[in-house]
Write a protein that binds this ligand. Structure first.
Ligand SMILES: Cc1ncc(COP(=O)(O)O)c(C=O)c1O
Length: 392
């Protein structure tokens, strides 16, 4: 009666959401303080007071709530272009920027503009599996390629081998959800060579779609290399969900590389897609609210402290884990290969984790550490007990 594909998707569900539901049940039973819920990547700090002040002031500005051009306010697009130019050294202008309803919509608009049915998009596992929908909704299919174990760096020969005549794009997400890895410049340069090689073989470009909502959330002085600088055929998708802690307000942008061949056509396609997918335009108030805060990142010190605390706890318990350089997730190795069973055992200890299978990388589990310090500190005994359950 209803859509077959949607009803089928409903029954398979999202692992992250499933853990969220389980967490709610456990909290109802034992009290929130007695449950260690590391399931959801919901930014924890409140937005900065300066941003809140701007939101208040802007809400009363005459005319701000009206319809506008589908690409967004031209002054906002010009400021985002200046920011992208400073980051990448490429000559971005307002024409290269489309304001969108968060990165999720930005990716949907991008793939609606790029893909024909049957096209393939390479994704680097572990990855945010909502990509399957953003690509699948447009008739494309994702082709996962595993990153290297333990470092989660791209496996360039494996990527090259996965590219075929129908490969239209590759998604990069660095800093990465769920591994926290930041891909170093040398990997991106090697990837650029591999893509050039594949393009020569198949006679068609492979676009680099860079999903960057965590680009500002990095630690220990790590620099995230600019994808827009390195790759000419790149499309950057970014949002203010994490950097400004505004995930509920749905605001972001898509930036088309100014040196991408036929960029005018792609930009027209993005604007058309933004309109006809029903987004129409990004929220007016929040386009204006972010514009003076493009460089800001809220809560970085708190995230770093929590990363260090949780990393110390899980490694002291015995788990192997990469110390993440960015984002707000830890991705430790399970002591047994079956990560779903591991997540069930963790639940017995009132600890909610997401199995790596939920990111197409079994054998690991994700912990979102955007939770209170108390939750992290109180979880230490639970992690010790969980590890001991496996006799190691
Ligand atoms: C890797 C990744 N991409 C995209 C998104 C979607 O972000 P937004 O809130 O900007 O739509 C998320 C959200 O958690 C994410 O983790």
């Amino acid at each position: 009666m209803f859509s077959k594909s949607v009803t089928a998707a409903l029954s398979s569900g999202s692992m992250i959401r499933a853990m969220f539901e389980q967490g709610a049940q456990l909290k109802a039973k034992y009290g929130a303080d007695n449950v260690y819920d590391f399931a959801l990547g919901n930014p924890d700090p409140e937005p900065d007071p300066e941003v809140i002040d701007d939101i208040r002031r802007l809400a009363a500005e005459p005319g701000i709530h009206k319809y506008m051009a589908n690409a967004g306010f031209s002054d906002v697009r010009a400021r985002v272009a200046d920011y992208m130019k400073a980051q990448s050294g490429r000559a971005f202008t307002a024409d290269d920027i489309v304001m969108v309803v968060g990165a999720a919509a930005g990716l949907s608009v991008t793939f609606h503009s790029l893909l024909d049915p049957g096209d393939e998009v390479i994704v680097l596992a572990p990855y945010f599996m909502e990509y399957n929908s953003y690509v699948g909704n447009q008739g494309g299919t994702v082709k996962p390629v595993k990153t290297l174990p333990d470092t989660f760096r791209p496996d360039i020969p494996a990527i090259r081998a996965a590219i075929g005549p129908r490969t239209k794009a590759i998604i990069l997400n660095s800093p990465n959800n769920p591994s926290g890895a930041v891909y170093p410049e040398e990997d991106l340069l090697a990837l650029r060579d591999a893509l050039a090689d594949a393009e020569a073989e198949f006679g068609t470009p492979v676009y680099v779609v860079s999903d960057e909502p965590y680009v500002k959330i990095v630690y220990d002085g790590v620099e995230v290399p600019s994808v827009a600088r390195i790759f000419q055929n790149s499309i950057v998708v970014n949002s203010f969900s994490k950097s400004l802690a505004l995930p509920g307000e749905r605001i972001g942008y898509v930036a088309v590389n100014p040196d991408l061949p036929d960029k005018e056509l792609l930009e027209a396609a993005l604007i058309y897609s933004n309109r006809t997918l029903g987004f129409v335009n990004a929220p007016a108030l929040f386009q204006k609210a972010i514009v003076d805060h493009l460089d800001r990142s809220v809560g970085l010190d708190a995230y770093r402290e929590r990363r260090d605390m949780l990393y110390a706890i899980v490694t002291a318990a015995g788990f192997e884990c990469l110390k993440p350089q960015g984002a707000f997730y830890l991705f430790p190795k399970c002591p047994i290969p079956d990560d779903k069973r591991f997540a069930e055992v963790a639940l017995k200890h009132r600890t909610i984790v997401v199995a790596g299978s939920g990111f197409c990388y079994p054998g690991y589990f994700r912990l979102a550490y955007c939770v209170s310090k108390e939750t992290i500190l109180n979880s230490a005994e639970a992690f010790n007990k969980i590890y001991r359950e496996f006799g190691t």
